[in-house]
Design a protein around this ligand. Sequence first.
Ligand SMILES: C[S@@+](CC[C@H](N)C(=O)[O-])C[C@H]1O[C@@H](n2cnc3c(N)ncnc32)[C@H](O)[C@@H]1O
Length: 405
Amino acid sequence: MSNQLIIPGFLTRLSESIVSNRFLKISLGNYQGAETGLKNVYARRVMIKRAEMLSFTYRYKTRDIIKNFPLDEGTALIGEFIGSGFKICTLFTTEGEVIVEYNKKQLLSIRERTLSHTVQPVLTHNKEKKRIIQPSGKTYLQELKISDAEGNVFKNAQDKYRQINQYIEILSSLIKELPEGRINKVADMGSGKGYLTFALYDYLHHVLKLDTKVTGVEYREDLVALCNGVALRSGFDQLDFVQGTIADYTVGAIDLLIALHACDTATDDAIYKGIQAGAQLIVVAPCCHKQIRREMEKNKVKNELSFLTRYGIFMERQAEMVTDGIRALVLEYFGYKTRAFEFISDVHTPKNVLVVGIRIKAEAASGRAEESRKAEIRQKIAESKAYFGIGYHHLERLAGLDAEL
Ligand SMILES: C[S@@+](CC[C@H](N)C(=O)[O-])C[C@H]1O[C@@H](n2cnc3c(N)ncnc32)[C@H](O)[C@@H]1O
């Protein structure tokens, strides 16, 4: 059969496999064309804005480029590729492979390989993986201007939506680690416009099917009124927002405390409320770290790190790390195991560190070993403060750990 007949025949097989939902992917290899660095091209079927397309990955030596085409254009493009540089092209379907290949005399042949079992096709979306918080039918996402009534996420809200989901994914895996497992009550300190409070409520109630009470604490009256209205219209009857400062909030018993970007020492207030409430899980994303920076600048201690901290930016980073490092020590003192990690890309915000405490010791833990563990932590905090020239750390003071050892 001549090359002129083989290519259209192959493209018909390709179109048929797409129409009958048997198409898995197509690959083009052994490139001998003019484009420098190009090695392979792969195409798979994707859904973009509710339209099916072929997504092509162009593999170069040092990078990949992705281009999407409507199905008919993509199919035609594969025909062009076979005629212009790629020496082999394989169509993968649920039932097997169809391969077209040039021989040394530049004649095309077509052959088939049938699978002994069928494979299920997967139609992926090239932009969004399946998110925990799905946007359709969510009043709160509409009212907070994340999505429209049809559940389409607005272009300018994509980052926020992604961030909400990343955050819920992290919380979801932390919740699964909890030794006691139950989440009866949650407090979100400095809840702001409530993006994350609503999403967490949605996740706890509608994904985990829990009947958790969630409270947002926020000192801006307008935001509290806005969020209570949205909660009402969303039918979230176990969610409320209260106006006031974190420090003045009477916390009671809670299982999970979160505080995302609560300013400066408000994060310390929040952590301390979590400790007092015996929260199983405390998750904070600290914001500005002014209190410790002021202490360090005031006392100007000379140490091995002074060659760094003479620069404002390094001083700022050091203040952040020291503030959060001491916060983690205080949490450990109270029986929490701690973690600190980046939770979203720093493209979105440089304030992207999460400090997490998971309670592993009962509040009433006692005994000589426990006493010496706590004494060691207090010693470590005292030494760090002396080294960095810190008179006091707000959380340490709240917790009463700054008294003489
Ligand atoms: C940067 S916003 C973050 C809002 C929300 N947590 C989020 O991540 O989308 C910080 C919020 O905390 C509130 N806030 C700061 N300090 C507070 C305090 N001490 N008591 C109560 N609310 C506070 C501010 O009014 C603001 O709405």
